[in-house]
Design a protein around this ligand. Structure first.
Ligand code: DX5
Ligand code: ZN
Length: 230
């Protein structure tokens, strides 16, 4: 019998945090041409994470240069204040961190009412059980495999167990939702994260650090396609 998640598509989501911001439009067009499925957009507030990145005006500009879905990852302490502005700026999905989201169903409803897909992020030290009870309200769960705040960090292997646990629980409950892995995903571990249950693969330095985006996205896609989830 087919598992509930087997109808989900695998998606590669380059994180523009590692792009050359001086040439951002060209970088986004280049990864679209390379075969990316969506653009991962990392928002940092210097409070939830110890770094600052990009925000609403940059999203408006990126929206104009690509038709790909924009996947807003809000690493910010007060997401409720900004989600409407991000959806208006062009975000197709919004990830809010569970560590700063006391009412996940209400947040998901608010995101849905604005017309976007709702996702909840889980930091490496946070238990998946903080989010799983509310999974039926969500379109996606984002599993952090680095401590959020910076691109180019090492993948934390414990994220694989978390992915396996989340996908097993979702399957057990008949829920077919996206599970996104974010942080340190590269050619050498992308098959492992697919096998563990992820179907949305964020990669920043693993793609933008390479000279040929088409080649690396193609190689990632081949590895994902060859790997089956148990
Ligand atoms: C980390 C961000 C990630 C990061 C991924 O705070 O949420 O999206 O940009 O970059 P790599 O793939 O380089 O770890
Ligand atoms: Zn991210």
């Amino acid at each position: 019998m087919a598992l509930p998640h087997e109808d989900l598509h695998d998606k590669i989501a380059p994180s523009i945090l590692s792009a050359d911001f001086a040439r951002l439009g060209d970088e986004v067009r280049a990864v679209e041409k390379a075969g990316a499925d969506m653009i991962h957009f990392d928002v940092m507030d210097g409070h939830f994470v110890p770094n600052l990145s990009i925000g609403i005006p940059v999203m408006e500009s990126v929206r104009k240069v690509t038709k790909l879905p924009l996947d807003a990852h809000l690493m910010i302490s007060e997401p409720a204040r900004y989600i409407e502005a991000f959806v208006k700026a062009g975000a197709n999905s919004i990830s809010v961190h569970c560590e700063v989201c006391p009412d996940i169903p209400a947040m998901a409803k608010r995101i849905h009412d604005l017309g976007a897909r709702a996702s909840i992020g889980i930091n490496p030290e946070t238990d998946a059980d903080k989010v799983l009870p509310f999974a039926e309200h969500l379109d996606m769960i984002l599993v952090m495999s680095v401590h959020p705040g910076f691109g180019g960090q090492e993948f934390i292997p414990a994220a694989l167990d978390k992915l396996r646990y989340i996908r097993r629980e979702l399957d057990r409950r008949g829920l077919s939702i996206d599970v996104e892995i974010d942080g340190g995903v590269k050619l050498d571990n992308i098959a492992d994260v697919k096998a563990a249950g992820a179907n949305v693969f964020v990669s920043g330095s693993g793609i933008f650090g390479k000279p040929d985006y088409g080649k690396i996205v193609g190689e990632m896609r081949d590895l994902i396609a060859q790997t089956h989830q148990p």
